[in-house]
Ligand binder design. Structure first.
Ligand SMILES: [Zn+2]
Length: 508
């Protein structure tokens, strides 16, 4: 009989989804809360996962002509004030630096001293400070476009936080581009949306919808905000990335002006776009199960864990020799254009515990090797996309030569499974009562279990959008780019004419 702690995350998804999420983060050793409220410690396994996301995205940004740079952590308050909607959108969550040193206070402790002439805001996002640089760099149309990304941390003071999904400080990338024409900036906005979609599906195995946000859900100061939205296993939507067409709003606020081809002074057209460590939360909620984390091979810090099994020193020597050679053979194989990443886990622990540790961490493939496997020149294989007990023996040479295909198969299977789940939980709903029922918890004790995505008609009015939000806590996640392909209909709230369906859901 296996111990309970070795069979599952407690509670299960069905029992308590939010608590299950926290327990997966802990069991997989991805991150932990810190002494600073709302800020997390990302542990090595979680950070390695983030590094793999970062490297893949960085390659995609560079392949589309972008370069990296770095801008200051602090933004003068006056910069933030330049764009009215922008400052209003972020004012409630700014950390502000008002002093620059500490002095001994009257009670012996240290107190802030040296007040700053102008307070500095810890960046919640960097449009304004990057805009100030661009205003200096851009003189002529020849200086455009500017296609820059930065990898950085930002701070948004959050009252209610959850590891990865919503933390006060988080890691992200923010792209900021400036263009000569509206068309170029528009193309850039959509190009990045496509990069995000491809990354989510090809690397994270997380199917996403793409489309535009309604005015009410737009980035503060943007003219248009586009997004990718995934469905989590509790059927809620997760906004996983946004790409903003800023029009000339920020160029005017920051004074990004250039001499055009016809000699006129014109304002540049700008974009900004970002994804963050929130993606790790999205990955967990898309793939993890009641046994812990499940990491798609393309993002996994390690692909294969080799678990040597022996009873005594004689067996140990034989098994370790075999396993070391097996590890080298696997590392000589490639997956996704790079050597297969192998961990030979010889920790002084019970073999079953070691196996469960890797299951909880979400490693795609486990390989157990004991004296009997060696006698047959075989390995005993466990796949993370199958039940822990569902393991099989395989000839060593066949396993080694097929490891790349196996990882490809697991990667593709995870995407298929997630897509099937999302499609099964998505409905076209045209009736107001059915819409309400869809979003009303079936079991009052589990308010998180509800319908999923509703593709319904909307007239375009704020009043209808707000009413659904107020009454059902449901928002319009996106207006699909091909909205009109779904044909016209009547608004789910007021019955007025709608040019096509939009996607409604509860969201993180
Ligand atoms: Zn309406």
């Amino acid at each position: 009989m296996a111990k309970t702690s070795r069979t599952a995350i407690q509670p299960t998804r069905e029992q308590d989804y939010p608590e299950w999420y926290q327990q997966v983060v802990r069991a997989a050793d991805l991150a932990e809360t810190s002494d600073v409220r709302g800020c997390m410690v990302i542990k090595p396994w979680g950070f390695s996962l983030w590094e793999n996301m970062r490297d893949a995205l960085d390659g995609m940004f560079k392949a589309t002509g972008h370069v990296n740079a770095y801008f200051p952590l602090f933004i003068p308050l006056s910069y933030l004030e330049k764009e009215a909607e922008h400052v209003e959108g972020f004012a409630k969550e700014c950390a502000v630096v008002t002093h620059h040193r500490l002095e001994a206070g009257p009670d012996g402790g240290l107190v802030p001293a040296g007040p700053l002439e102008e307070p500095l805001v810890v960046r919640p996002t960097s449009e304004t400070i990057i805009g100030a640089s661009y205003a200096r760099w851009v003189q002529s149309y020849r200086d455009l476009p500017i296609l820059i990304n930065q990898w950085a941390n930002v701070v948004r003071w959050e009252m209610r936080t959850r590891l990865f999904l919503r933390t006060t400080e988080f890691l992200w990338q923010e792209g900021h581009t400036a263009h000569e024409t509206r068309e170029e900036a528009w193309e850039e906005t959509l190009r990045i949306l496509e990069v995000y979609r491809a990354f989510a599906e090809d690397y994270m195995a997380m199917p996403v919808l793409t489309g535009e946000k309604t005015a009410g859900e737009r980035f503060p100061g943007a003219a248009h905000t586009f997004c990718i939205e995934g469905m989590m296993q509790d059927r809620k939507a997760l906004q996983a990335g946004t790409s903003h067409f800023l029009g000339q709003n920020f160029a005017k606020a920051s004074g990004i002006q250039f001499q055009s081809r016809s000699g006129e002074r014109e304002f540049a057209w700008t974009t900004s776009w970002g994804v963050s460590t929130r993606l790790v939360g999205g990955l967990i909620m898309t793939h993890a199960d009641d046994n812990g984390m499940v990491i798609p091979p393309r993002l996994a810090p390690r692909h294969v864990a080799i678990l040597p099994i022996y009873r005594d020193e004689t067996e140990r020597a034989e098994v370790m020799t075999y396993c070391t050679a097996l590890a080298d053979e696997l590392r000589a194989r490639t997956f996704d254009g790079a050597p297969v990443r192998v961990e030979l886990d010889n920790r002084d622990m019970n073999a079953g515990d070691r196996g469960w540790d890797w299951i909880k961490k979400g490693i795609p493939v486990r390989v157990e090797v004991g004296p009997r496997d060696i006698a047959r020149q075989a390995v005993f294989v466990g796949r993370r996309d199958r039940e822990p007990r569902d393991r099989y023996g395989q000839e060593r040479a066949a396993f080694v030569s097929g490891v790349g295909d196996l990882l490809d198969e697991i990667q593709a299977g995870l995407l298929d499974k997630a897509r099937r789940f999302r499609d099964e939980q998505t409905r076209e709903i045209d009736d107001g009562e059915a819409f309400r029922a869809f979003f009303t918890p079936r079991n009052p004790e589990k308010p998180e279990i509800h319908g999923g995505f509703a593709r319904s008609h909307w007239c375009g009015g704020d009043a209808c959008e707000n009413r659904i939000n107020d009454e059902l806590s449901v928002t319009i996640r996106c207006v699909p780019s091909d909205r009109e392909a779904s044909g016209p209909g009547a608004c789910i709230v007021c019955g007025a004419k709608s040019p096509g369906r939009v996607v409604f859901a509860k969201a993180y």
